[in-house]
Design a protein around this ligand. Structure first.
Ligand SMILES: Nc1ncnc2c1ncn2[C@@H]1O[C@H](COP(=O)(O)OP(=O)(O)OP(=O)(O)O)[C@@H](O)[C@H]1O
Length: 302
């Protein structure tokens, strides 16, 4: 039996590399065979997965090592009925947190080695211009604008190189918070149709966590099919700032200012072109296009 390892050494400000430096000697000391596929740049995940699927025998196992971006890219390249192990090594690790996975690479591996596959649910998303699977969140509006601005920022690259990636995120978030305009969007789920005329933050999530541990939807779970929608209209900056402590404490949904609804299938149609973030990658939805989200079952060994 061979462990095929798809790893992003760069994940989590090179936490991926540090995890590999612990895991590979552990596998060798325990006489376990492995084959490493380490990405050297973004975009290699799908072709490595293809190569692994062609090479591996039925008894071999796939281990994915990296952050939320790596696991999301790998999942999109895997057949739906394929079980894999995951060794979290990112900076945010929201998906790992949602399933209570160990952040210690050796412990995470021991759990994979000794446990069975268990089902979890992801979101399948589809619009006219993009489609795929999301493990964590799909955001239209504020969070998407922040991710888009941070990913494109030269300051981010500089701050990441000196391990201050979170500072770059915070600086960009503040700038976007002040400059992002509200938008108009219609929502259709299995029970209702409704419209927000002044939407600011609009996020669908498959589990509680968002942005590296913020409990945006405390009751969400990827062990069921429900997709949670959290929406906040645009208010004055002092009012929005006053909501931040309750968001950080996961108590914000006690306040009716937040819309919260749950469905297993939902569609949204914005009236203007908007940025969309899906597990931290950015897309753009055109005005009057419809983005549809449904739940789909996957399985993970953990
Ligand atoms: N060797 C590499 N160098 C730079 N980027 C890489 C490399 N390999 C993969 N990538 C890209 O890095 C991006 C981020 O990876 P990932 O999300 O796993 O780490 P992270 O952002 O540190 O973690 P998290 O999302 O949990 O905060 C992905 O888009 C991936 O394609």
């Amino acid at each position: 039996m061979i462990y095929y390892i798809l790893a992003n050494p760069n994940a989590g400000s090179r936490k991926g590399e540090r995890s590999l430096k612990l895991l590979l000697p552990y596998l060798e000391e325990n006489g376990l065979s492995y084959k490493l596929f380490a990405t050297e740049r973004t975009g290699q995940e799908a072709s490595f997965i293809q190569q692994i699927l062609e090479e591996k025998k039925p008894e071999d196992q796939l281990l994915i090592l990296g952050g939320d971006g790596t696991i999301s890219l790998a999942l999109n390249a895997l057949p739906a009925d394929f079980s894999f192990g995951y060794i979290p090594s990112g900076s945010g690790n929201d998906f790992a947190r949602s399933l209570g996975l160990s952040l210690d690479p050796i412990q995470a591996f021991k759990n994979i080695r000794h446990n069975q596959a268990k089902n979890f649910y992801v979101m399948r998303y589809k619009s006219q211009s993009f489609s795929g699977y999301a493990l964590n969140n799909v955001g239209i509006g504020l969070d998407a604008a922040i991710v888009k601005a941070t990913n494109g920022s030269r300051v981010k690259k500089l701050l990441n190189s000196i391990k201050l990636g979170r500072l770059s995120y915070l600086m960009t978030a503040l700038h976007v918070l002040f400059s992002k305009k509200s938008f108009c969007i219609s929502i259709y789920n299995l029970k209702d149709t409704f419209k927000f005329d002044n939407a600011f933050l609009l996020t669908f999530t498959k589990h509680p966590y968002f942005g590296g541990g913020v409990k945006i939807a405390p009751e969400a779970s990827n062990l069921n099919q429900e997709i949670h929608l959290i929406e906040l209209d645009k208010y004055s900056m002092p009012k929005i700032s006053s909501l931040i402590p309750s968001v950080l404490q996961g108590r914000h949904l006690e306040n009716d200012i937040f819309h919260h609804s749950v469905s297993t299938a939902v569609s949204v149609t914005p009236q203007s072109t908007q940025p969309v973030q899906i597990d931290g990658e950015t897309f753009e939805i055109q005005a009057n296009d419809t983005l549809t989200l449904t739940s789909e079952r996957r399985s993970i060994i953990c």
